[in-house]
Design a protein around this ligand. Structure first.
Ligand SMILES: [Zn+2]
Length: 501
């Protein structure tokens, strides 16, 4: 596609991390029984009055600051009127003419700044569950505080949209604004996409894409839409301004309806809420939460620790992980070794945590590739809650391994026994008899026994099938309960064979 340029803008809704809803005191707890977190306010009974949740404003201001937005200090809400079965009030309280924040940007690792057009506060609607013959309505989500973050049409490819989402999520997680958990519906994304001739000043006709349930889905839907629009343009066919739904099973977008215009919603100022004013003091309080951005951290990690981009992205994908890494490095200034053990066995164990059961055994194989296919998924922030091991104790395990006092298997075992308990490392090693045995005197009887009892692999090895030695080493490891130094064992077996030849 040489002469056409892709123009993408994203509209992201994130659920603010408040305990209660934006205009009433109902809980925001996820997975409550349907219609248990509701009251006359969020169900829009006549005569009720909304009360604005201060916490929602704090988090929203914080998000605006993190994205360098200009903050409109006078805040007022407007009613967005429409009918839908998941909206009992027939209107949504939102911000329209004057959003909370405007003209910000989000920087990507490439250095490109995606401009943020607006960030505004609004309430969520309920949820419809469609059955075969009927639909059910759950209003637990009605009135949950949302932040709508609208980017300018600055995004130039589906991959860039994917990167933008990944970093937006990290930005918000770092400052504690939202958990951005797409699975729990805390982050939703709609995309606008159009194509235009490179030299054209005006944007092409855009379509709006909805119903993408993952970052991957957003990217796939956009890629599909690029191809669809491109082929229509090349055939001289018209592109309609419409909303299209992403069908993940069919991997295609389908036309849903023509897009509404703002005037269809009959916005007008919300009469039940007075204007609010944000003081400089209030803003300065929130500034305290804006620290190093994920992008800055990425740059610093690459420069300071000499890690690869992939390692860095996995570490920074979770702020707690990144902090843990930096603290552990203070106790053992070998960043690569610390990072290997964190990204490998540590993540693997963490990934095996269910919310209730800490890990009890070591499993084989590294899972970090699955955990972080693109570097942004990382591990859910809350999984770290179960981690009890201190960075000091963690680095101690890495040190003992590097000094060959414990072997790889033993180190993993110590880690698995201490990660959720922070048990004393020395005590575990002593109790479980995990100290690595490198002394030939101690190992010789095991080596001789294994050679004597396994004539077949011995013969294979002597006939030139060298990998057969792995089986013999494995047998010695088994007999020594995994404590033998495998390198020493290998040398001893080889030496014994040499003397036979
Ligand atoms: Zn309520």
């Amino acid at each position: 596609m040489k002469e056409l340029e892709i123009v993408i803008g994203l509209e992201v809704h994130v659920q603010l991390g408040t305990e209660s809803k934006i205009f009433c005191s109902c809980s925001t707890k996820f997975q409550s029984l349907p219609n248990t977190n509701i009251c006359p306010v969020c169900c829009g009974y006549p005569g009720v009055l909304p009360v604005f949740n201060k916490r929602a404003l704090e988090l929203a201001v914080r998000a605006c600051l993190a994205m360098q937005c200009k903050i409109n200090k006078k805040i007022y809400f407007e009613r967005k009127n429409y009918f839908y079965p998941d909206l009992p009030k027939n209107y949504q309280i939102s911000q329209y003419k004057k959003p909370l924040g405007e003209e910000g940007f989000l920087e990507l690792p490439t250095g490109k700044k995606i401009k943020i057009e607006r960030i505004h506060l609004e309430e969520d609607a309920g949820k419809l569950i469609h059955k075969e013959s009927h639909s059910l309505a759950d209003f637990n989500r009605s009135g949950i505080a949302l932040l709508e973050i609208v980017s300018c049409p600055d995004i130039g490819s589906p991959q860039e949209a994917f990167d933008y989402l990944g970093y937006l999520k990290l930005f918000l997680q770092y400052i504690g604004v939202s958990n951005c958990d797409m699975e729990k519906g805390s982050l939703r994304c709609d995309a606008n996409i159009s194509l235009k001739k490179k030299e054209a000043k005006e944007l092409g006709v855009k379509t709006e894409l909805k119903n993408m349930n993952s970052f991957r889905g957003v990217k796939d839907a956009l890629e599909y839409e690029v191809k669809r629009q491109e082929s229509r343009i090349q055939k001289g066919e018209e592109i309609f301004q419409e909303t299209r739904l992403w069908d993940v099973d069919k991997q295609k977008t389908v036309a849903m309806r023509t897009k509404e215009e703002a005037r269809d919603y009959r916005y007008f100022p919300e009469p039940d809420l007075l204007d609010f004013f944000v003081s400089d003091e209030f803003i300065n309080e929130e500034k305290k939460f804006i620290k190093e951005s994920p992008c800055q951290k990425r740059k610093r990690f690459l420069a300071e620790y000499g890690l690869s981009e992939k390692e860095t992205e996995i570490l920074i994908a979770n702020l707690k992980m990144a902090d843990f890494f930096e603290q552990a490095v203070k106790f053992y200034p070998k960043p690569r070794e610390i990072s290997n053990w964190l990204i490998g066995p540590f993540l693997e164990l963490l990934n095996s945590f269910s919310d209730k059961t800490p890990p009890s055994k070591v499993s084989g194989g590294s899972t970090c590739a699955r955990l972080c296919p693109q570097g942004y998924e990382g591990i859910p922030m809350d999984k770290f809650k179960a981690v009890k091991i201190t960075p000091a104790n963690f680095s101690k395990i890495v040190i003992l391994f590097s000094q060959k006092k414990i072997n790889n298997l033993a180190a993993k075992k110590v880690l698995s026994l201490s990660i959720a308990t922070n048990r004393d490392i020395d005590e575990i090693i002593e109790k479980e008899e995990l100290l690595q045995v490198s002394s030939k005197e101690e190992l010789i009887s095991f080596v001789e026994e294994v050679i004597r009892d396994n004539p077949k692999p011995v013969k294979e090895y002597l006939n030139g099938k060298l990998p057969a030695i792995m089986f013999l080493i494995g047998q010695v490891m088994k007999k020594t309960k995994g404590t033998a130094n495998p390198q020493v064992v290998k040398e001893m077996i080889e030496k014994s064979f040499k003397s036979r030849q």
